[in-house]
Design a protein around this ligand. Structure first.
Ligand SMILES: Nc1ncnc2c1ncn2[C@@H]1O[C@H](COP(=O)(O)OP(=O)(O)OP(=O)(O)O)[C@@H](O)[C@H]1O
Length: 361
């Protein structure tokens, strides 16, 4: 039966509700950020009604949308008020890249269009070797013949330019930044777009703006992996950045001692809360490797990585020793995976890269 032209299009006789009525009602549900109707934005689809049961799908900008629950609750609240609606079933999905580009011409995703995977390297606390791991894992992946980018998004102290001895600023072409090529990696760092030696107070909006710039205005081109060095800790910047990157998998770096584990636990809990996938753990500074006859010394204790792995059901992808060459490499700008890719530790990095690749298959 066709309903009249009333605003709700609800067949009040038998209290049945139809798709037009649902659409009319949903007009008031807005995207919390864009302040536009979700229906007009094309984010609500496949509406159907059967015996009062409404089904629809909601296409989000990212599966990790922090306002997801609020949006779902609002849709349920609005539809639940309609006479004849006995239940609302919402299937969640995400907008595809084309749709996102149309909706947000300047969305950070645009710069990532041809990037197949993003691996964000995180740590619970500072100084555990996150950047060292990010660089050497990126190089190990590149050593497998893959096209790799490295984005240093560490707002507290972007150290990639120093650790890779990169001087100078990236070139710009048609308002697009060209990453600097080093050791076969396409590299961009917050340190390259800020005044040298100028301290910056990175507040939320500034972080978002800088990250959007690094993702959206950098010509990453075709990449198999973009490795992102996140800021340490569980503060706003690391979460904001991790969340701005769609479908990033997290690689957690820890050291073996108990005091570091507490921070890593907090970080893992937080990433899980935001439904971010964690590909695994790397334990850095696991032991001090002496010469071939000497026993390794567990300077920072033992077993931290294994403990976390068991607790969270996450794979421990590798244990990196404390090594003079790694420390020196950080200062000289020649990382271990360039100076000694086939050393014992080089092979551990290769193993980590292989495990990351097989997890993505
Ligand atoms: N396995 C290792 N063996 C020897 N030195 C290491 C090792 N891992 C890291 N380092 C050294 O420790 C210092 C800190 O490492 P790095 O900058 O990678 O840590 P980070 O966690 O990224 O620090 P931040 O929190 O400041 O970002 C560097 O000088 C680096 O060369």
């Amino acid at each position: 039966m066709e309903c009249g032209t009333g605003s709700w299009e609800i067949q009040r006789n038998d209290m049945a509700v139809n798709e037009r009525g649902i659409r009319e009602a949903l007009k008031v549900v807005l995207d919390p950020e864009l302040k536009k109707s979700l229906l007009d934005l094309g984010m609500i689809r496949d509406i159907s009604v059967e015996e009062g049961q409404v089904s629809l799908s909601l296409a989000l900008t990212t599966a990790k949308c922090p306002r997801k629950d609020d949006i779902v609750d609002e849709i349920k609240r609005v539809l639940g008020r309609l006479p004849g609606v006995s239940g609302v079933n919402i299937k969640l999905s995400t907008l595809n890249r084309e749709e996102l580009t149309q909706l947000f011409p300047k969305h950070p995703l645009v710069g990532l269009e041809k990037v197949r995977h993003v691996l964000a390297v995180a740590s619970g606390k500072g100084g555990v070797g996150k950047t060292t791991i990010a660089i050497n894992v990126a190089l190990a992946l590149a050593g497998k013949g893959l096209r790799i980018g490295l984005l240093d998004a560490d707002v507290y102290g972007p150290s990639v330019p120093v650790m890779l001895a990169i001087e100078g600023s990236p070139e710009e072409e048609n308002k697009t930044i060209i990453p600097i090529e080093k050791f076969g990696l396409r590299v961009m760092s917050l340190g390259m777009i800020t005044e040298k030696g100028q301290p910056i107070v990175w507040r939320g909006p500034l972080v978002s703006k800088a990250i959007k710039q690094l993702l959206g205005e950098v010509m990453w081109g075709e990449l198999d992996y973009l490795v992102v060095d996140l800021p340490p800790g569980t503060g706003d910047p690391s979460i904001t950045i991790a969340q701005s990157i769609p479908n990033a998998s997290i690689l957690m770096v820890t050291t073996p001692q108990e005091v570091a584990l507490a921070d890593v636990r907090r970080a893992i809990d937080l990433f899980k809360k935001f439904e971010m996938g964690i590909v695994g753990l790397v334990e850095n500074m696991s032991y001090f490797s002496q010469d071939s006859s000497g026993k390794p010394i567990a300077i920072f204790g033992r077993g931290g990585g294994e403990k976390l792995s068991r607790e969270f059901g996450l794979p421990l992808l590798g244990k990196i020793p404390i090594e003079l060459e790694i420390g020196k490499g950080g200062d000289s700008g020649i990382p271990l995976m360039i100076s000694s890719p086939n050393s014992e530790t080089g092979r551990i990095f290769q193993g980590i890269a292989e495990k990351i690749l097989s997890a993505a298959r």
